[in-house]
Design a protein around this ligand. Structure first.
Ligand code: KG4
Ligand code: ZN
Length: 339
């Protein structure tokens, strides 16, 4: 029997991207993102400005998503939105919008955990293979660095996390020291491709179990640059690509060592990557190379689904819709939402 089509509007506003997507079942019909350039001049996300920009962007972004998909509001079956984790002022804009529209249209409202969505994005129907359970989820972004044992769609166990900075934050902070723009992750990645990853060596910070630590690394980089620019004022310019390659190499090595440990400990040779830093070519290549070397299965997200987007919120919305796992307008946005 042919399955009836279900149309979901998904809304994401957890940080500095205002995003809306329309899904027909597990297929993405439109995926619109308004990136907030205002934060570039501050070298990081300013929460109050992010929340104001979401208010300006949300209606045009939703409107565009509906038009691009060729779907009318009255055809929607449910609205999925990011409940958390994220910046509270940002989350409140998407949450309030989703609640009001679901009441107005009298259709189910589905709350989504942003971190689950980064990993469940792999279940979107496209040309890429879909992972089987269980798998080791590796979520690497500007706000999080998590190792998660995923046994089923909604059976997530956090087994490792950063004790301080997230890996994306470390990329961005090191980039700031190197005088690069914000966000620095993609710029470091680009420069690293023309540099030697072993040109400079930085120690790997210690952290217990499957946890990682990134803040000490950033301090090491500051001290190293300071020491060398005192000796040679052109040190940064003449070594930029090698510095980017060496910094990237160490940032990846820190999380890689814990991925390897988690695979052995939990016997899960199936790795699923998600989050903004999963766009990093060094990390992608390193993990892909391990497929043949270690007989791992590695699932990398398509580039469009690496950074924050609403399509990933939509697929979780669809999976919950199938289970009739609806939310309620009484549920508040939660900056520290857990699995
Ligand atoms: O998932 P995301 O869009 O937002 C958060 O939830 O944080 O991730 C943004 C982070 C930023 O820190 C950015 O520098 C990093 O992802 N990023 C990268 C690359 N592309 C984005 N880091 C390293 N290499 C990249 N190619
Ligand atoms: Zn994210």
């Amino acid at each position: 029997m042919k399955q009836k089509s279900c149309y979901i509007l998904a809304i994401e506003s957890s940080c500095d991207d205002t995003a809306a997507a329309i899904l027909r079942n597990d297929e993405v019909l439109s995926n619109i993102i308004a990136t907030q350039d205002i934060h570039k001049s501050y070298g990081g996300v300013v929460p109050e400005l992010a929340s104001r920009a979401h208010q300006q962007n949300i209606i045009p972004v939703v409107d565009q998503a509906l038009k691009k998909a060729g779907v009318y509001k009255k055809e929607l079956n449910a609205i999925a939105y990011t409940r958390g984790p994220g910046l509270l002022g940002s989350l409140l804009v998407g949450t309030s919008f989703a609640k009001s529209l679901s009441m107005g249209l009298q259709i189910p409202l589905i709350d989504v955990n942003h971190m689950q969505a980064h990993l469940l994005a792999h279940f979107i129907k496209d040309e890429n293979p879909i992972p089987e359970f269980p798998f080791l989820g590796v979520t690497v972004s500007g706000g999080h660095t998590q190792l998660v044992l995923v046994k089923d769609y909604f059976d997530f166990e956090l087994i490792g996390t950063t004790l301080d900075d997230a890996i994306g934050e470390a990329f961005d902070k090191c980039g700031k020291i190197l005088g690069l723009g914000y966000p620095a992750g993609p710029i470091i990645d680009k420069n690293a491709q023309n540099g030697n990853p072993l040109a400079f060596s930085f120690p790997i910070p210690k952290a217990p179990g499957l946890n990682v630590s990134y803040s000490g690394f950033k301090t090491n980089v500051i001290n190293f640059i300071h020491k060398n620019t005192q000796k040679d004022a052109h040190f940064l310019d003449s070594n930029l690509n090698d510095l980017c390659a060496s910094i990237q190499h160490t940032l990846i090595e820190i999380i890689y060592q814990k991925i390897e440990k988690a695979v052995d400990l939990y016997q899960v040779p199936r790795i699923v990557l998600g989050g903004g830093v999963s766009a990093n070519s060094g990390l992608r290549n390193k993990l892909k190379n391990k497929e043949s070397e270690k007989s791992w299965e590695v699932f990398l997200p398509p580039f469009a689904l690496t950074t924050d987007n609403a399509a990933m919120i939509g697929i979780v919305g669809y999976l919950k819709y199938l289970q009739k796992d609806y939310g309620s307008i009484k549920e508040a946005a939660s900056a520290r939402l857990k699995f």
